[in-house]
Design a protein around this ligand. Structure first.
Ligand SMILES: Nc1ncnc2c1ncn2[C@@H]1O[C@H](COP(=O)(O)OP(=O)(O)OP(=O)(O)O)[C@@H](O)[C@H]1O
Ligand SMILES: [Mg+2]
Length: 514
C-alpha cells in the first residue's frame, strides 16, 4: 500500500495487533494459575463450611483431617474440568481480543481516511502536475482539514495550465511564423548542428527535415558558398547579409542570405540563424529591364543611324544625282517605317502590360478569327510562294476579344511565314475541349532549339538576331501574344524541332470566370 492512509492503517494495525497479541499471551499465561487459585480458595471456603457443620455436630477434626478434606475437595475438580474452563476462557479471550482488534482497525481506518486521504489526493495531483498533466485537480472539501492545501494546489494547477496553454500557443505561433515566412530558415546550434529548418528551406534544397535535423551543417550537402557564409557568421559572431549565387539541383539560384548570431539569456551564444530569400525572379526581371533598355536603344539606333547617314550623304551633294536621291529616300522611308513599327509595338506592349489592362470579352468565333488573320497575312504568304493548309470544319465559340485574338493569330502566322523557307505550308487547325477552344498553328520552317523556347516570349528576344532583324521583326511579337493570351486567361504551348518546324498551340477558355 503506497498511500499515506494505507501506511498509517498498516502501522496502526501492526501496533494494535502486537499489543493485543502481547496482552493475549500474558492473559493466557495467567489464566491457569488464576483458575487453580480460585478453585483452591473455593475449596478452602467449603472446608470452612464443612468444619463449621462438623463442629456443630460436635465432631472434632485434626489439622491432618482438615488438609485431607481440602485435598479431596480441591481434587474434586478433575483435570478435565480445568481443561474445559481454560478452553472457555481462551475462547472468550480470543473473541474479546479479536473484537478489540477489529474495532481499533475500523476506528483507525475512519480516522486516517479523514486526515490522510486528502493528503493522498493532493500528493497524487502533485505527481500528475509534475508529469505535465496540468488538468489534474484535487478534491476541495471545505470540511476537510487539508482544504487549504487542496485549494492551493488547484490554484497552482490552474496557473500552470494557463502558462502551459500560453506557451503552447506561442510555440504554435512561432512555428506557423517560421513555416510560413516565405523565406528559407535554418538554425544552427553552437556545435554546428542544424536544430531548426522550415518547409521553404527543405523544399529549396530538396531535403527532408529528418535528413538534416541534428546533423552537422557541413555534412548535409549544402552548397559550398553557403557553408563559407555560415562559417563567416560563426567566426565574426555578428550579423551579415550577402547575395549568393547557389547551384541547387543543377540550377543557379540567386539568394539573398542573411545570417545572425543567436544570443540567449545572459548573453549566452546559442548558434546562428540563416534566412535565405530566393531573388532569382527579381534578378531575372532586373536583367530583363537592363536588356530592355539596351535593346530599345539598340533597335532605335540602327534605323536612326541609317536615316542620319543617308540624309547626311544627300545633303553633302548626293541629292543632285536623282537616282541616288531616289534610292536613298527609299531607304530612309523604309527605316522610318521600321522605326514607326517599333514604336507602335512598344506602345502596344506598354499598353497591354499596364496594370489593369483587360480585353472586351464577347462571344467570339475562333474560326472567323483564324480566317480573318489568314486573309490579312496572305500577301506575305503569296510572296514566299507558300500556302495555308487548314482544318477548321466547325465553329468554335469562346469568350474573347475578336480583334485581340486576330492580333494573336496574325503574329503567329507572320512568324510561321517569316521563319519558313519558300514553297512550304502553314497548317492551321481548330479544335475544342469541354472547356477550351484550341488553335494550332504549325509550320515547316527552321524551328528552334528546346532551350530557346522558354525565352522567345521575352521582349526583344530573337534567336538569330541578325537573321531576325533582316526579317524586319522587332522581337516584340511573341511578348505581345503572351500578354494577350494571359489577358484571356488562356495558355500557349510551343513544340519545335530545328529544321523540321514549329507548332504553337493556344487554349482559350469557352467561358470566362466572372
Ligand atoms: N514559327 C517560328 N519558327 C522559328 N522561330 C520562331 C518562330 N516564331 C518565333 N520564332 C523565334 O522567336 C523569336 C521571337 O519572335 P517574335 O515574334 O517575338 O519576334 P520577331 O518575329 O523577331 O519580331 P516581331 O516583333 O516583328 O514579331 C523570333 O525572332 C524567332 O527567332
Ligand atoms: Mg514575330
Amino acid at each position: 500500500m503506497k498511500s499515506l492512509q494505507g501506511k498509517l492503517v498498516m502501522a496502526f494495525t501492526l501496533l494494535v495487533g502486537s499489543i493485543l497479541a502481547g496482552l493475549g499471551i500474558i492473559l493466557s499465561q495467567l489464566f491457569p494459575v488464576y483458575v487453580e487459585e480460585s478453585v483452591r480458595s473455593n475449596a478452602v471456603g467449603k472446608i470452612d463450611e464443612i468444619s463449621l457443620i462438623v463442629e456443630q455436630s460436635n465432631i472434632t477434626l485434626t489439622g491432618d483431617q482438615k488438609d485431607e478434606i481440602t485435598d479431596v475437595l480441591s481434587n474434586d475438580r478433575s483435570g478435565s474440568d480445568f481443561y474445559d474452563i481454560r478452553q472457555q476462557l481462551w475462547k472468550v479471550l480470543l473473541i474479546v481480543l479479536l473484537s478489540a482488534f477489529a474495532i481499533t482497525i475500523m476506528l483507525s481506518y475512519r480516522l486516517t481516511k479523514r486526515y490522510a486521504q486528502p493528503i493522498d489526493n493532493v500528493t497524487e495531483v502533485a505527481i500528475e502536475l509534475a508529469k505535465g498533466n496540468f488538468r489534474a485537480r484535487a478534491y476541495e472539501d471545505d470540511s476537510s482539514t487539508t482544504a487549504q492545501l487542496s485549494t492551493s494546489i488547484n490554484v497552482l494547477a490552474r496557473n500552470l495550465q494557463e502558462l502551459f496553454k500560453v506557451r503552447e500557443m506561442e510555440k504554435e505561433r512561432l512555428k506557423t511564423l517560421i513555416e510560413n515566412m516565405g523565406s528559407a530558415l535554418m538554425m544552427i546550434d553552437r556545435d554546428g548542428q542544424i536544430s531548426i529548418v522550415n518547409k521553404p528551406f527543405v523544399d529549396q534544397f530538396d531535403f527532408s527535415a529528418e535528413e538534416v535535423q541534428n546533423q552537422l551543417f557541413k555534412s548535409v550537402g549544402l552548397p559550398e558558398e553557403l557553408k563559407k557564409f555560415i562559417d563567416y557568421v560563426f567566426l565574426m559572431e555578428s550579423s551579415s547579409r550577402k547575395q549568393l549565387t547557389l547551384e541547387i539541383q543543377q540550377e543557379l539560384h540567386h539568394m539573398e542570405v542573411y545570417g545572425a548570431p543567436v544570443i540567449g539569456e545572459h548573453g549566452r551564444w546559442l548558434g546562428v540563424v540563416i534566412v535565405m530569400h530566393d531573388i532569382s525572379d527579381l534578378v531575372r526581371l532586373e536583367q530583363i529591364r537592363k536588356d530592355f533598355v539596351a535593346n530599345v536603344s539598340h533597335e532605335l539606333r540602327t534605323p536612326i543611324t541609317s536615316i542620319k547617314g543617308f540624309s547626311e550623304t544627300l545633303i553633302d551633294g548626293a541629292m543632285k544625282d536623282e537616282k541616288t536621291l531616289l534610292s536613298f529616300l527609299e531607304i530612309i522611308y523604309k527605316e522610318s517605317n521600321r522605326l514607326q513599327m517599333l514604336i507602335e509595338d512598344l506602345l502596344e506592349l506598354s499598353k497591354i502590360e499596364q496594370h489593369g489592362f483587360s480585353v472586351a470579352f464577347s462571344k467570339t468565333n475562333l474560326r472567323e478569327v483564324m480566317l480573318r488573320a489568314a486573309e490579312m497575312t496572305s500577301p506575305r504568304l503569296d510572296g514566299k510562294n507558300m500556302m495555308f493548309v487548314s482544318n477548321m470544319e466547325r465553329d468554335v465559340v469562346v469568350d474573347g476579344d475578336m480583334n485581340r485574338l486576330i492580333q494573336v493569330v496574325m503574329n503567329l502566322l507572320t512568324n510561321a511565314i517569316t521563319y519558313s523557307p519558300e514553297n512550304t505550308s502553314v497548317h492551321l487547325s481548330l479544335h475544342e475541349s469541354d472547356t477550351h477552344g484550341i488553335i494550332i498553328i504549325r509550320d515547316e520552317g527552321i524551328g528552334m532549339d528546346k532551350k530557346e523556347i522558354p525565352r522567345i516570349f521575352e521582349r526583344f528576344y530573337r534567336i538569330d538576331r541578325a537573321r531576325s532583324r533582316n526579317s524586319g521583326g522587332t522581337g516584340l511579337g511573341l511578348a505581345i501574344v503572351k500578354h494577350l493570351i494571359d489577358a484571356h486567361n488562356g495558355r500557349i504551348f510551343v513544340e519545335s524541332e530545328p529544321g523540321i518546324g514549329t507548332q504553337f498551340k493556344i487554349l482559350i477558355p469557352k467561358k470566362q470566370a466572372t
